[in-house]
Design a protein around this ligand. Structure first.
Ligand SMILES: [Fe+2]
Length: 410
């Protein structure tokens, strides 16, 4: 067992233990306010420069969701240009077009407005339009050089937590995902307005909400050396908010209290995993999204119970205790007492998560999303390439293990 995990693994253990060194980065200013987008110029403060590029997607524009925000900026005297071409799994071509638009316009600030894809393109537009660095030299961790343009991020889904994470993911070529991870990608300000999320359809609310819950669960149990008490506390509070509000948000989308809880919960989970990163659920979800274009949240939901069962089956890694500790925060009637109690609660927690996904209307088997049994070996080989995620998993995952997990999920 990893000694770092052992130091905090028992939730009942309150005796003081040495806390390993860690660092924690997050967005320096976070505004939460119902209707905040209508008063965007006020909330941006000094981030509101005079020539602002809004990076968003055609769906947002079609719904007119950004119009009040644009009006607020124009009323405050800003010149505003909209780049509205961001697609799901945004491509390098789209990113280059967005950067060129920012440069042609002479943008002095960038605003990302939308789901994770729009926010990711906005991050990298601000970065590369500001620094002039060649994109190919910036992939990976801490390879980006500043300065970037002032940046504000306004999420319209409650899932990715991108407004507080240092990562931006771009699809290069057919289906290769590349990321730029750097504290420079944290915006100057994140503006959270739950009113922007009330129109999200149930299946997107469900899938993005489960994604946020996975961020919290994987962050809490992460084997990463920077797993830290701040992330774990954020993950617990995130799961409390997400777990107790996701059904209301899905089945009663106009419920502002539930929408607010989901938006805050996804942001807290984002802060958690930005500093204690996610693991095998995400590693095994990527081939499902990349090869079969299944939305990210649903890809995670499809493998979640099977990866957690795999982790918990090996008691030596201690993950069963982490999952048991999280259980009552999501499902208040689940509580553990003693190690055998923890094993039982962990098993029930995993079953209940699978039941929750089904209740929310999410598909539950890989065969339901067009994946054939013969696809599984290639997917397992692909998942092995996600080494940056797999190293954080509480239990080592071999290619045979990945295949077995996919088979169980099929
Ligand atoms: Fe995710």
């Amino acid at each position: 067992m990893d000694s770092r995990v052992r130091l905090w693994q028992c939730p009942a253990m309150t005796t003081a233990h040495a806390i390993p060194s860690f660092s924690f980065h997050t967005t320096p200013r976070i505004v939460f306010s119902e209707g905040a987008a209508r008063e965007l110029a006020h909330h941006l403060g000094t981030t509101a420069q005079d020539r602002l590029l809004i990076v968003t997607d055609p769906g947002i524009l079609g719904l007119g969701l950004a119009e009040p925000a644009v009006r607020s900026l124009k009323n405050a005297g800003a010149d505003v240009l909209i780049f509205g071409e961001v697609e799901a799994d945004p491509s390098l071509v789209t990113l280059r077009r967005s950067i060129a638009t920012a440069l042609d316009f002479g943008a002095t600030g960038v605003i990302g407005f939308g789901g994770g894809s729009s926010l990711d393109v906005a991050k990298l537009t601000a970065l590369f339009a500001g620094s002039g660095q060649a994109i190919d030299t910036a992939w990976g961790v801490n390879n980006a050089k500043g300065p970037r343009l002032p940046l504000a991020l306004i999420p319209t889904t409650a899932g990715t937590g991108s407004e507080v994470t240092p990562v931006a993911i771009i699809t290069v070529g057919e289906d290769e995902k590349r990321g730029v991870s750097s504290p420079l990608n944290l915006p100057d300000v994140a503006v959270l307005d739950p009113a922007l999320t009330t129109g999200l359809p149930p299946h997107i609310t469900a899938a993005t909400g489960i994604d946020a819950m996975v961020h919290a669960i994987e962050s809490y149990a992460s084997k990463n050396a920077n797993n830290n008490p701040m992330s774990r506390n954020l993950a617990v509070e995130a799961l409390r908010l997400l777990g107790r509000n996701i059904e209301d948000a899905v089945f009663n989308g106009e419920n502002r209290a539930a929408r607010s809880a989901m938006l805050i919960g996804s942001m807290l989970a984002g802060q958690a995993f930005a500093n204690s990163p996610v693991a095998a659920v995400h590693a095994l979800a990527y081939p499902i999204g990349g090869r079969f274009h299944v939305p990210h949240g649903l890809s995670n939901a499809l493998v979640l119970p099977h990866v957690l069962r795999f982790n918990a089956a090996d008691a030596a890694n201690g993950s069963f205790a982490h999952y048991a500790a999280l259980a009552p925060h999501v499902f208040p009637d689940l509580d553990a007492d003693g190690e055998s109690g923890m094993q039982a609660v962990c098993a029930r927690f995993i079953d209940r998560l699978a039941e929750l996904s089904a209740r929310l209307g999410l598909k539950s088997r890989l065969r339901d999303v067009g994946i054939a049994e013969t696809d599984l070996p290639d997917m397992a080989a692909d998942a092995m390439k996600q080494t940056r995620l797999l190293v954080n998993n509480p239990r080592d995952v071999s290619e045979a293990d990945a295949y077995a997990i996919y088979k169980a999920a099929w």
